[in-house]
Design a protein around this ligand. Sequence first.
Ligand code: PLP
Length: 429
Amino acid sequence: MLELLPPPPTDPLWDLTAEFAADERPERLNLVLGVYRDAAGRTPVMAAVREAEIRLAERSASKEYRGLSGNTAFNRALVEMVLGSEGSGGPAGRAAAVQTVAGSGALRLLADLVCRTRPGTTVWISDPAYVNHRPILEAAGLRVRPYGWVDADGGFDAAGVLRELSGVRRDDVVLLQGCCHNPTGVDPSPQDWAALAELAVRDGWVPFVDLAYHGLGGGLEADLAATRMLAARVPEMLIAVSCSKNFGLYSDRTGCAIVLGASGQAVRHAETTLQNAARTLYSMPPEHGAAVVTTILEDERLSALWRAELDVMRGRIAANRTDLTAHLSALGCEVQARSLARQKGMFSMLPLSAEQMLRLRRQFAIYGTTSGRINIAGIPAHRIPFLAQGIAAVLGTGSGASADAVAAAGADTGDGARARQSPAVSSMP
Ligand SMILES: Cc1ncc(COP(=O)(O)O)c(C=O)c1O
């Protein structure tokens, strides 16, 4: 039977990761995968997570099946985090939530919900989009149409987006990343978000918000503001929440699908539909990550510790961006520096061509995607000059550092760049 299989496509990001793993140059720099790394290049377990895990282990709770919605305390805690408390008269009072296998699982279950409600629905996604948006939506049986995101100067293309989305039909769904847009790092302003909400209300389409980086852009509250504002205005909304990045739970696959509806009955039906969809895919989600998040969010001290750690991560990402911007500017790459300075979150889009990104990889062992995306959170601070010089060299600007000079600046023999960039710490972006 398996002989019949045609050669399948492989995942481009994982292919790049494998290429990086096979690269033996000591100066190599992996900026492909969407993981946070601390100043030493590690992806640490957060202290709040570690403490919650110890508590859970000591409590030695049963591993009995949880139920079709997973951990319901986790679902409540995430709805409260994203939308505010249920009793406040806000949108949380008309929400249902199901624990999922991370953000990807939430995207897929919500896509299944849309498909079970209206087969063949069109979902609009940004162009460029998170690399897995289209595959997940199409795998669920939905149609996908792109709308633009950035303007010619690398900023948010408010006029273009509003114009394109004015063509969206009432039965369509529009996927929006709630903050820290992957891959561009370019977000709408509060005014742009208000205009998008107005359009959704006027034309009746359903916003489908993907939240994967809240807390890593402008702070937790600021990063959730657009989602909350939308939720307060539209009758129906879908929200996919990932705990991979902001809790550092990448491999524990922790997330939540939230549905907002106009009536209690619609919300209950939506929840059961999500449960049914999960039942046919993997039955129930894994408990560990959800138990960790719940333990943190239900405990005032742990919650404060987690928020403080999240702020440190956010600060480091912002400092990396500022530092890279300054180095690029000093090397004469003003345009690139300006566009970088405006971006937010874990990723940045370098305004380099595919060919220039390939040169960065081949000549300098600097790995980003050919679209120009780099993981700002993945740069050890002391490697920023090396990265800036590599970018300047492929642009042919500033000092126009030669490949040898860049490599010499990058050679990191001290305590071993290779160990710090070990592919063993790889995770799905
Ligand atoms: C925009 C966006 N959505 C969703 C996800 C899925 O995250 P996960 O399934 O690891 O929680 C990612 C991961 O990189 C992402 O960038």
